[in-house]
Design a protein around this ligand. Structure first.
Ligand code: GAL
Length: 411
C-alpha cells in the first residue's frame, strides 16, 4: 500500500511540475481574412499538438497598418504579448534597440538557422549587433497581379499577359460592367500597388536607385515619370472599386466583378479558400508580366521579453516549431507564401506558387520596401499615395515632385 501511495505522490508531483510548465502564450497577428485565418491555424495546431503549452489567439482585425501600432504600443507600454507577427525588416528596429525583444540566437545557433533559412538575407533583417531577434516564417512578394478568367470571358477579351495588355483591355471590361482594377481604399494598398508598378514600369535599376540609393534625380526622372503616368491610368481603372479591405478587392476578382488586382501573394489564400484553381479560374502575373521578380518581404515572429523562464522556454519552442519543415509546408501552402527553407517538398504548391518558387530559385529577388525604408519614410510615401489615389485632380507631375522630396529626406 505504501509503495502505491508513493507512486501516486510522485506522479502527482510530475503532473504538477508539468502543469506548472504549461504556458498560455498570447500570439498577436493581423491575419483575419479567410486564407490568413486558415494559415495561422496551422501554427496554433502545431503549437498545441507538439508542446505542453496553449496558443491563445490574439488576432487584431484590420490591416497591418491598424495592428502594428497596437502591437508596438503594448510592448512599449509594458503589456506585452507572448509572441507577435510583424513584417520582417525594420519595423521592430526600435523595440530591439530598447532591449524589449527576446534574443533567439541560442535557438538559431542550435538549429543552424543560418544554413536553413533561404535566402539567408531574411535573417539579416532579424539581426542586430550579431544577435537574432525574430524567426522569419514566409516570403511574401507584392509583385503580382491576379486576373479573373470569368471577367475577361464575360467581356469577350483574352486574359492579359502583361500590364500594357491589362490597360488595353480595360474599356472592354467597363463596357461589360466590370471594374478593371480592384483596389481597397487603405494607404498600404495604394502604396504597395505603386511599388509593384515602379518595378515593372521604371525597371529594376531605377527602382534600386530610388529605394536603395535614395537617388532623387532618378525619382524625379523619366523612368518614374512613366510610373506616375501609369498610376493615373490605374487610378481611373480603380475609380469604381469602392471597398476598404484587400480581401474584399480580391473577392471582386474571385467573383468576376473585377478584371484584376495588384496585390501580394497572400491573395492566393483567398483563391484557395474559394476553391479556385490557378491557371483555370485565375491567372497570376509576377512583376505584372514585365519584370519577373519577387520581393523578399513577408512575416516574422518576435517574442517580447517576459522575465519568466517558463514563458521564455515556451517562446523558444514556438520559434523553433515555426521554422520546422512540416510546419513550414503546412503554413505556407495555406498562406500562399513561399517558405523560408530551401530543403522542403513544395511539390503540392499550385501553379502560381511554383512560378514564385522558380523565380526565387533563379535568384530574381529584390528586398522589400519594409527592409529598405524606415517606417517614417514608408508612412510619408503612404500619405502621398492616399492623397494621389483618392484625388483625380492630383497630377502625375505633382505627385512625382512630392515623391522626389520624400526620397530626398528618406532614411
Ligand atoms: C502583410 C502581411 C501578409 C498579409 C498582408 C495583408 O503585411 O505580410 O501576411 O497578411 O499584410 O494582411
Amino acid at each position: 500500500m505504501e509503495k502505491l501511495r508513493s507512486v501516486s505522490i510522485l506522479s502527482a508531483a510530475i503532473m504538477t511540475a508539468t502543469a506548472a510548465q504549461a504556458v498560455d502564450l498570447e500570439v498577436t497577428h493581423w491575419w483575419t481574412s479567410g486564407g490568413e485565418a486558415a494559415a495561422v491555424a496551422e501554427f496554433a495546431k502545431a503549437f498545441n499538438e507538439n508542446t505542453d503549452h496553449n496558443w491563445v489567439d490574439g488576432a487584431i482585425a484590420g490591416s497591418g497598418g491598424t495592428a502594428r501600432p497596437i502591437i508596438i504600443s503594448r510592448i512599449l507600454g509594458g503589456k506585452p504579448m507572448g509572441a507577435t507577427q510583424l513584417n520582417h525588416g525594420r519595423q521592430a528596429e526600435e523595440l530591439i534597440e530598447e532591449g524589449l525583444l527576446l534574443d533567439l540566437t541560442d535557438v538559431a545557433m542550435k538549429e543552424g538557422w543560418q544554413d536553413v533559412v533561404n535566402p539567408s538575407s531574411l535573417l539579416d533583417s532579424c539581426t542586430l549587433d550579431g544577435k537574432i531577434y525574430c524567426v522569419p516564417v514566409n516570403i511574401h512578394s507584392w509583385e503580382w497581379i491576379w486576373l479573373s478568367h470569368k471577367a475577361y470571358k464575360d467581356a469577350g477579351v483574352a486574359v492579359p499577359t502583361n500590364w500594357d495588355e491589362f490597360v488595353a483591355a480595360a474599356p472592354a471590361l467597363e463596357k461589360a460592367g466590370k471594374i478593371p482594377l480592384a483596389m481597397g481604399k487603405q494607404a498600404w494598398q495604394a502604396n504597395g500597388a505603386f511599388g509593384v508598378m515602379a518595378i515593372a514600369i521604371a525597371g529594376i535599376d531605377a527602382w534600386k536607385a530610388v529605394n536603395i540609393d535614395k537617388n532623387v534625380d532618378v525619382a524625379n526622372g523619366p523612368e518614374y515619370q512613366k510610373v506616375f503616368e501609369a498610376a493615373v491610368a490605374a487610378r481611373e481603372m480603380a475609380s469604381e472599386s469602392k471597398v476598404q479591405d484587400w480581401n474584399q478587392a480580391t473577392n471582386m476578382v474571385i467573383t468576376g466583378q473585377a478584371g484584376g488586382q495588384i496585390m501580394g501573394d497572400w491573395a492566393q489564400g483567398e483563391f484557395s479558400v474559394a476553391n479556385q484553381v490557378a491557371g483555370e479560374d485565375y491567372t497570376c502575373l509576377p512583376g505584372l508580366g514585365a519584370n519577373e521578380v519577387i520581393s523578399t518581404g513577408g512575416d516574422a515572429f518576435y517574442f517580447p521579453k517576459q522575465d519568466d523562464p517558463e514563458i521564455e522556454a515556451a517562446q523558444k519552442e514556438l520559434a523553433s516549431l515555426m521554422l520546422s519543415q512540416s510546419v513550414q509546408v503546412a503554413f505556407n501552402l495555406k498562406k500562399g507564401s513561399l517558405p523560408v527553407r530551401g530543403d522542403i517538398d513544395m511539390s503540392t504548391a499550385n501553379d502560381c506558387m511554383q512560378k514564385g518558387l522558380k523565380i526565387l530559385a533563379d535568384g530574381n529577388v529584390l528586398p522589400s520596401g519594409d527592409m529598405l525604408l524606415s517606417a517614417d519614410t514608408q508612412g510619408q510615401v503612404e500619405d502621398l499615395m492616399v492623397e494621389f489615389w483618392n484625388d483625380p485632380s492630383y497630377s502625375a507631375k505633382d505627385a512625382q515632385m512630392r515623391y522626389a522630396e520624400i526620397i530626398a529626406d528618406a532614411d
